[in-house]
Design a protein around this ligand. Structure first.
Ligand code: ADP
Ligand code: ADP
Length: 237
C-alpha cells in the first residue's frame, strides 16, 4: 500500500509540483494518473520513489515512511519499487540480459556482481522475467539493437527481476506507435494481474487510461481533481 499524507513538493525555483496531496493506493491496483503536461504526474512518481525529497508531508510504502528512511531501510524500500521511464533508461551498449540483471544489483552488497558473474538464482530470475514479456530470444542482443517497444519490455523485465512489488511507469508509451503502445500496456496489465504488482502509470492519453486502468486519478496544477473508477472518468481534466 502507498499512502501520501499532505504531500507538497516545491522545486528550488518556487514552482509547486504537488500541492497538499492525500492519496491511498492499495495492493494490486492498476492506477493511471492523467493530466496535461506540467500537471505534476512525473513529480508524483518521483516523490513516491524518493528520487527527490518532498517539501512537506509524508509518504508511506507498506506502512514504512520512505520520507524518513535512510541507509539500509531506504534501500530495502526502494528495492520493492521498480521504475519504468519514457526513454527506457537501458545501458544501450550492454546486452539485454545484463540490463535485466541490473535489477538484481540491489540484492548484492557490492558492485562486483555487476562486473563479474551473477549467481544462478539471478540468472534464473532474469530469464523468467524475459520469458514473461516474451523477449528471451533477445537476451544476448545489444539493447540498442532492439525496437522501442522491445526495449520497454526489457525495462519491464528488469523491474520483474528486481522482484519489485510496486511499478511506477512514467509515460512508458509516450515515444511508441499505437501497436507497440498496446503491447507494452498489455504487458504491464498482464504482470499486474498475474503477479499482483501494484501499478501506477502516468499517461497523458485519457482514452488509453480508460482501456487499462481500474482507477483513474486526474491531476491539475499539482492537485487531485479527479479520483475514481474508470466509468466515471470524463475528458474534463
Ligand atoms: P507532468 O509530469 O504532469 O508533465 P511535472 O511533474 O513534470 O508534470 O511538472 C509539474 C510542475 O513542476 C510543472 O510546473 C513543471 O514545470 C514543474 N517542474 C518539474 N520539474 C521541475 C524542476 N526540476 N524544477 C522546477 N520546476 C519543475
Ligand atoms: P557487456 O555488459 O560487457 O556489454 P555483453 O555480453 O552485453 O556484456 O557484451 C559484450 C560485448 O559485446 C560488448 O562490448 C557489447 O557491446 C558487445 N555485444 C553484445 N551483444 C552484441 C550484439 N548482439 N551485437 C554486437 N555487439 C554485441
Amino acid at each position: 500500500m502507498i499512502e501520501l499524507h499532505n504531500v507538497t513538493k516545491l522545486y528550488p525555483n518556487g514552482t509547486k509540483g504537488l500541492n497538499h496531496i492525500d492519496l491511498s493506493i492499495y495492493e494490486g491496483e492498476f492506477v493511471v494518473i492523467v493530466g496535461l503536461s506540467g500537471a505534476g504526474k512525473s513529480t508524483l512518481l518521483r516523490s513516491i520513489n524518493r528520487l527527490h525529497d518532498i517539501s512537506e508531508g509524508d509518504i508511506l510504502i507498506n506502512g514504512q515512511s520512505i520520507t524518513k528512511a535512510h541507509g539500509k531501510q531506504l534501500r530495502l524500500i526502494r528495492r520493492s519499487i521498480g521504475m519504468i521511464f519514457q526513454s527506457f533508461n537501458l545501458v544501450k551498449r550492454s546486452s539485454v540480459l545484463r540490463n535485466v540483471l541490473a535489477g538484481r544489483v540491489g540484492y548484492h552488497s557490492t558492485l562486483r556482481t555487476w562486473i563479474g558473474r551473477f549467481p544462478e538464482r539471478d540468472m534464473h530470475l532474469a530469464f523468467e522475467a524475459l520469458n514473461r514479456v516474451n523477449i528471451a530470444e533477445k537476451a544476448y542482443s545489444r539493447a540498442d539493437e532492439l525496437s522501442g517497444g522491445q526495449q520497454q519490455r526489457v525495462a519491464i523485465a528488469r523491474v520483474l527481476a528486481q522482484e519489485a512489488t510496486i511499478i511506477l511507469a512514467d509515460e512508458p508509451v509516450a515515444s511508441l506507435d499505437p501497436l507497440t503502445t498496446k503491447q507494452v500496456m498489455d504487458d504491464l496489465k498482464k504482470i499486474n494481474q498475474e503477479l499482483g504488482i501494484t501499478t501506477i502509470v502516468n499517461l497523458h492519453d485519457v482514452d488509453l487510461a480508460r482501456q487499462y486502468a481500474t482507477r483513474i486519478i486526474g491531476l491539475r496544477a499539482g492537485e487531485v481533481v479527479f479520483d475514481g473508477p474508470v466509468a466515471e472518468a470524463t475528458d474534463e481534466r
